[in-house]
Design a protein. Structure first.
Length: 528
């Protein structure tokens, strides 16, 4: 094992799922007793060491499809108050993270989560992360089909199959029947989505996309090219995971993602390997209606397909909720709804199943709690990663900066209602900066010899039939100049756009160099 990289050697020496008895012993001995190898293995139970700055842990909690009960959210809020810094963060994978947990607290945290049906197993490291889906699954009047049961089956299958807990690197799966790409199948290792047939729109089929990822070198997923029966979706995903497990590039973490395997093999060889393992071929996928880009996050008040029922989409600015807010929302869901809530891919939250008779009361209660569900815009469409407050990889602070940026833009320049800003502190791109109208990637620069936080500014990302990743416009913009830089971009857009032209279409009309020139000028546009 001498030629293995650290991560692979650690996994071969002891399966990370066997670390739990050691973790319980470490909880008695204290954090200084923990071996480096075991810190890595803790990730298989969802616990990440926050580094020397805090010498404590973050826990990532699985919430398949973002569907969570009021009891579960209340419990997470209590854990945030009892053990964390009094808050939790909704992530772009529709789950929740808590921070600054000590090793002594971990056994109690896991037990309390398990008692309400929540799991942290496999939520980190070289595993399949939280399964995502449409936040409105089962409620959307325009939904093609509700795949909630498939999402839950996929989660159960993963947690019961030990052989899927040793992948070359992390793995993301999205499963949605909403008929749009609101959960971004194009940037997932596996994206399962429902489609309508052109000749018979009432006929629903299921297609898979494979090999997508965001990050420093983003890849769009490729169509697998076959229709997969609903009852075989989980089985097909299992076999795709096995292919990645067996052939993925384990000795190079920079290339240990499925996109690189598919790039080298080609999609035909990859598909044939799936057919060989599953023992049959599937019908070629053809003549279906492609998806249109979903530019909203189900915010505000909307009608459900259930008669007389409504949901309220609540912007949670950059996903951060206090423990008391979680408890309040849980109580609201229990007393005025059906005791469930939904987490979204843009770090927001839905309060569903509100009878019309309870709608005004729900709105009043939300106002009292400080939620501005009426005001959406950047409050709903700005996504930010953890930042260097808690993440040792991030070069910049993100969430407080995002609040300041939102406030500045809201008060200085008109912002298109669906305008998206994604803010990530390092090239891992947890906040998916490459697919947004404006993507911000944290870096550093020097001013008068002093090291200061800075941002690379990207523009024009989109996920539709003209899909493209955002383009780098400005490099190392000091944080002190960021508000004015984005204001200048929006003013240039308003001054030069065509009638009714969305920002993404505006960017597509110009070369990168032309955008740099346009966005560098002080536009004369003045808001009416």
């Amino acid at each position: 094992m001498a030629d293995l990289i650290f991560e692979e050697r650690v996994k071969q020496e002891k399966h990370p799922l066997d670390i739990w008895p050691d973790l319980l012993e470490y909880a008695k001995q204290g954090i200084n007793a923990i071996k480096r190898e075991d810190v890595f293995r803790f990730k298989w139970f969802g616990f990440f060491h926050l580094g020397p700055k805090f010498n404590s842990f973050m826990v990532r909690i699985r919430v398949p499809g973002g569907q969570i009960s009021s009891e579960q959210l209340k419990t997470i809020g209590e854990l945030a108050n009892d053990y964390g810094w009094g808050f939790g963060d909704i992530t772009t994978r529709q789950n929740i993270q808590l921070r600054t947990l000590t090793i002594e607290q971990i056994p109690s945290v896991v037990k309390r989560l398990n008692d309400v049906g929540l799991s942290t197993l496999g939520a980190g490291a070289d595993n399949v992360r939280n399964i995502t889906g449409c936040p409105l699954a089962g409620m959307n009047p325009e939904e093609l089909i509700d795949l909630t049961d498939t999402v839950k089956e996929m989660q159960k299958h993963l947690l019961e199959h030990r052989e899927l807990f040793n992948l070359p690197r992390k793995f993301n799966i999205a499963i949605s029947g909403c008929g749009t790409n609101c959960c971004y199948p194009e940037i997932h290792d596996i994206g399962v989505t429902a489609v309508r047939m052109k000749q018979n729109p009432e006929q629903i089929r299921f297609v898979l996309f494979v090999g997508g990822k965001p990050g420093h070198t983003p890849y769009f997923a490729k169509p697998l090219g076959v229709f997969v029966p609903r009852e075989e979706i989980v089985s097909v995903c299992h076999h795709l995971l096995e292919i990645f497990r067996d052939y993925g590039y384990r000795n190079n973490r920079a290339r240990a993602r499925m996109c690189f395997l598919i790039e080298d093999w080609g999609i035909e060889k990859f598909r044939q390997e799936l057919f060989r393992r599953i023992g049959k071929e599937f019908e070629p996928a053809a003549d279906y209606i492609p998806h249109q880009e979903q530019r909203v996050d189900h915010m505000g008040i909307g009608r459900q397909k259930q008669p007389g029922m409504f949901y309220i989409g609540i912007p949670i600015i950059v996903g951060r909720l206090s423990g008391f807010q979680m408890a309040g929302l849980a109580k609201l869901a229990q007393t005025l709804g059906n005791g469930t809530l939904r987490l979204t891919h843009k770090q927001n939250l839905l309060l569903p199943y509100i009878p019309e008779a309870n709608l005004e009361k729900a709105k009043q209660e939300l106002r009292v709690m400080g939620f501005q569900w009426e005001k959406i815009g950047l409050r709903a469409h700005t996504v930010a990663c953890t930042g260097n407050t808690f993440c040792k990889f991030s070069l910049t602070e993100t969430k407080n900066m995002a609040h300041q940026l939102i406030q500045h833009l809201e008060t200085t320049v008109p912002v298109p209602e669906d305008f998206k800003i994604n803010i990530t502190g390092c090239p891992n791109s947890c906040a998916q900066h490459s697919i947004s109208d404006i993507g911000l990637l944290g870096t550093v620069t020097r001013i008068n010899g002093q090291r200061v936080e800075a941002w690379d500014v990207f523009a024009g990302g989109r996920l539709d039939e003209k899909k493209s990743f955002s383009r780098l416009i400005f490099e190392t913009v000091p944080v002190s100049e960021l508000n004015q830089t984005l204001e200048r971009i929006l003013r240039a857009y308003h001054e030069n756009k065509q009638a009714g032209e969305p920002f993404r279409e505006f960017c597509a009309r110009f070369s990168t160099e032309e955008l740099k020139q346009l966005f560098s000028k002080e536009a004369s546009y003045i808001p009416a």
